[in-house]
Design a protein around this ligand. Sequence first.
Ligand code: B12
Length: 445
Amino acid sequence: MKILLINTPRSPYNGILEYASEEAKNFIHKKLIGPPLGLLTLASALKDYDVEVFDTKAEYDINPDAPELEELIKNLITDKNPDIVGTTVITSELYYGKQILRTAKKVNPDITTIIGGQYVTLRLDDCYDKHIDIAIQGHAGQKIIDIVNAKEKKQNFADIPGININNGTHYIKTKGVDKPIDAANNNFIMPDRMLIERWREAYKVKNANKPVTYMFTSLGCPYKCTFCSIWKENNESYYKRNIESIISELKSLDYDIVRFADANTIVDIEYIDALFTRIEEEKIKKDFIMDIRADIAVNNPGLIEKLAKNGLKVVICGFESYKENELKSYNKNSSSTYIQKAIEIFHNNGIMLRGNYVIPTNYTSDDFKAMADYAASHKVAYAGYTILTPMPGTEYYDEVKSNIIDHDLRKYNFFNAVLPTHLPIEEFYKKMSDLWLIRKGKEVI
Ligand code: B12
């Protein structure tokens, strides 16, 4: 039984980049680089089978002349001849996930096609396509084994509880008791990064000469920001991993740069303190990148110092807005008064800071001017300015969905306006792209 897990390519839609000046283009974020952890986790669960992972994002990065997606997948399926093909989707990549599975099915109708990942968990019905046999919501390490076993023994997939089967017009949930999964602890599966070794060179971020990998210390998030889908995707819960499990994963990593894939790495202060005590004791030397909230940094400067001493090099901080009313409407549960103090704490510890702001589409010229003035007086190494986007499955989406003017999900990656803009659209994008010029120094990561 051969299983092929294919990572979706990036969506190329980027309105901010399209209207940017040549100078701004140097700084605008074009792509995030990192491994498909979800697929590597499933592949690990299937270690007793013949399983392969193909990362199309990385493939296009190291081989820009690779054929366009349909051709690439056609060749891949013909070459590998798998029995089962799975893909993973976030909102902006659903279109490509469907295209991958449709192509696989066209090459060989006997292939069982499976879709999973963040967007399936949030919006199952949107993920329907007549060429997709099974859709799985949530963490799927055990379910994927059940599916492979069923296919091998020619058993009915409908007997596997908690999966969704295509009935010709939509997905139907199978009957039976769907056991809860604790993907952070009891059911944690260590992703098998050897399966993407072929693309190692592709996982290098700009200006770094070593590849980066991701790993998580937690799943979910205790905060409930209206524009974020992470807490919705994780049943509004927050799960921490066992510290020794993190230590053993860190020790096993053949990567010097590790980006924590948590929504926020510091939530439980004592826990992260204990984790870094263990990292120090074990003399683990890595460069760490993590997401930390401004209020957490300001309230725990000693912890930031300890983390910096033990490898924390880059922090991504969601500033979101300098306006209290906007932060309140996003349910950020923080204040912009923390921004300046947080910048000082990170910079005093030699940490490179990337501060991210989200810009609503109703910004006027005055709002942009005020935003630019604020950002210019609170410079960080590399500020990011993305568009407040109603991701389906979020509270913000429910709030504004009747106003949405662009329903093409390929544009739902925070770089395109899908709600009406106050300014003419070209001017909005131009002003968005000009914001990216405001940063400290020339170094970007
Ligand atoms: C790692 C990561 C990435 C990686 C890898 C993604 C990939 N597949 O290539 C990289 C760095 C490439 C990436 C890129 C982007 N990302 Co990202 N990313 C993450 C992150 C930090 C962790 C996800 C993760 O690994 N979780 C752990 C694994 C184990 O869980 P999992 O992926 O959910 O997989 C499990 C289940 O979902 C399921 N499953 C998953 N796939 C499949 C497939 C099958 C067949 C089955 C059966 C089951 C299944 O089983 C898995 C194992 O249990 C999340 C934030 C977060 N904390 O969740 C954002 C996140 C998913 N990313 C997000 C975004 C927006 C992006 C970008 C668009 C950002 C940007 N504007 O550039 C880009 C897209 C590409 C680009 N333009 O560069 C958003 C998605 C929001 C949304 N609603 O769409 C998130 C939630 C961040 C956020 N704060 O909003 N990302």
